[in-house]
Design a protein around this ligand. Sequence first.
Ligand SMILES: [Zn+2]
Length: 263
Amino acid sequence: MIKWTSIIFLFLLLTILTQIGGLVFLCAILIARFLGWKKRWKKLLLSLTLYLITSLVIIPHVAPIFGREPIKHREDILPATWFTVLTNRNYVRPTINKLLLKTAKKVKPQGIKIIYLDANFPFLNGFPLLPHLSHNDGRKLDLALVYENKKGNIIPAKQSRTGYGVYVNPLAGEINQIQKCKKAGYYQYDFSKYCSLGAVNQELVFSKKGTKYLVEALLDHSEIQKIFIEPHLKTRLKLTDNRVRFHGCRAVRHDDHIHLQIR
Ligand SMILES: [Zn+2]
């Protein structure tokens, strides 16, 4: 009984975390049973090997049949953490890859690289990539903000291990949406602080000019339907395009990353 409970628990956990991990795990258990393997380390090794082959070799070739592909890496388009790639959280519709490529070329002379966070899983519209409920159709992507050193030089970096949860807080006199949402009872609004896994690169500061340049380069593309960024940053960066919107108090704060979605 306990054994089946742990199998179901692991299946659900791996499915929530990686979409295909749960199924791969079940296949590994069936194969091990068929081969009569009893040793736990053998089963674990088989699960890991099957998962890596499926995730890194098979899925990138199968997902395009269903309309999504992994984000194409270049020297100037990179994940904030390789965990995103290992867990299949890096899939988008081809339109996003095309506009990322054009944007990366445009912002390169400013020293900006595109550092991406969570995207979507490879399959099934409506299957959410938790904790982002809306990242469920290949049309959504989170990007890191742009940072600079004390001399004002743009440095491609992130400020937390996951890219989430280290904020560019409102300054005195700026609109404080965080306070407003929390006062209205939306206590989850800054829960992403628990997802940072620790702050890094704290010698860097938020780059107003770099982030503005990146957001405006993205907005050059008519395929962009919406960009979410926290209201105080929208004002600070003087972003006037009406596709730059407030995401609502039911979401989490967006002064640690930019969320984009295409039409
Ligand atoms: Zn997002």
